[in-house]
Write a new protein. Sequence first.
Length: 72
Amino acid sequence: MKPLGWVGLLLIIAGAVVAAMGGIGYTKSRNQVEVGPIKVAAEERGLVPPAAGIAAIAIGAVLVFVGRKKSA
């Protein structure tokens, strides 16, 4: 299998995990301010939707198909 096929396989696995879990949550730190001894930070929470996992599976399948070796 060509490297493109391996990338496709990784996308399929990652997409399956995201879709099976119903999305993956993440936290992003933003707006960190320090004024003397006072520190103010804000965290932003987000979600990678299951639709992104399904799209990753579809794109991965295309890459595996394109990256397969041709038999002689």
